[in-house]
Design a protein around this ligand. Structure first.
Ligand SMILES: Cc1cn([C@H]2C[C@H](O)[C@@H](COP(=O)(O)OP(=O)(O)OP(=O)(O)O)O2)c(=O)[nH]c1=O
Length: 247
């Protein structure tokens, strides 16, 4: 199982915090945001991790994370030249992944649940895709799944009238066929290759499963949600391999 952390994008909703700093290097609790994703993959036993980010910030990201040896993981890095969407960023992982399965975390998603059991479920599934969803009060801000008889039958991106109270979180698991799906995608009205289109393609193939995240989960891509992520993650402490904290 390979791990992928998507840490590109423009971070425009966090300006001016992101004018010279990559969003995923901003503090969340006691750590840079991206440490939280690394920790979740490592906790699931995934140690081969690809980091995708833009060319402006690759130097800073490598400076922070290095080879990964100190953290007990191995990092590979890939540059996304332009912020062409989450699915475009994922498309850059094709050679890294090969024929393996993969777990993707959007670097601005912060959550408390240990996802090891969901990753284990996906390993057993062997092919297709799995997404993690969570019940929330304001699903219209996210991709929203429509559920029928325990299956997801469609996902709508930021719908005015959500068909469920669930949001699709930024944690995705795919088999290597995802790269063929991405190659066939057309840019959306905002000019990006959309991950919701990838998930809908798996629904059409009847190959999308899901699990439910129960603990807190938030994105940290707006000033309000970054503040919330900081509050929620304040007491999280990782092992010393993530850097000694001066207490
Ligand atoms: C759009 C995009 C996002 N991402 C990652 C970064 C984020 O952690 C995650 C969600 O991205 P978004 O929050 O949708 O986009 P963004 O990070 O560019 O922020 P803004 O809308 O404020 O300008 O996906 C990429 O890696 N490449 C991309 O091209």
């Amino acid at each position: 199982m390979k791990g992928i952390i998507l840490a590109g994008g423009t971070g425009s909703r966090l300006y001016p915090l992101t004018k010279v700093t990559n969003k995923h290097l901003l503090p969340v609790g006691k750590y840079p945001m991206i440490f939280h994703s690394v920790n979740k993959l490592k906790q699931s036993g995934i140690t081969e991790i690809l980091i995708v980010t833009g060319k402006e910030h690759m130097g800073d990201v490598v400076n922070l994370l290095g080879s990964g040896t100190a953290m007990g993981v191995t990092f590979t890095y890939k540059v996304q030249d332009e912020a062409g969407g989450i699915a475009q960023a994922l498309g850059l992982a094709e050679h890294f992944v090969g024929k393996d399965q993969m777990v993707i975390i959007l670097g601005d998603n912060v959550f408390v649940d240990d996802i090891s059991s969901y990753v284990a479920n996906f390993t057993k599934q062997q092919y297709g895709a799995k997404i993690l969803i969570q019940e929330i009060p304001d699903p219209e801000r996210f991709g929203v799944p429509e559920l029928q008889e325990g299956r997801i039958v469609s996902i709508e991106e930021k719908p005015k009238h959500p068909k469920s109270n669930y949001a699709v979180t930024g944690i995705y698991m795919y088999d290597h066929n995802v790269f063929e799906i991405i190659k066939k995608l057309k840019p959306s009205s905002r000019g990006e290759l959309e991950i919701t289109d990838v998930n809908n393609a798996y629904i059409e193939r009847n190959e999308l499963t899901f699990d439910i995240l129960h603990g807190w989960w938030t994105d940290a891509g707006t000033h309000a949600s970054l503040a919330r992520a900081n509050e929620l993650a304040q007491d999280i402490t990782f092992g010393e391999e993530f850097g000694k904290l001066k207490l």
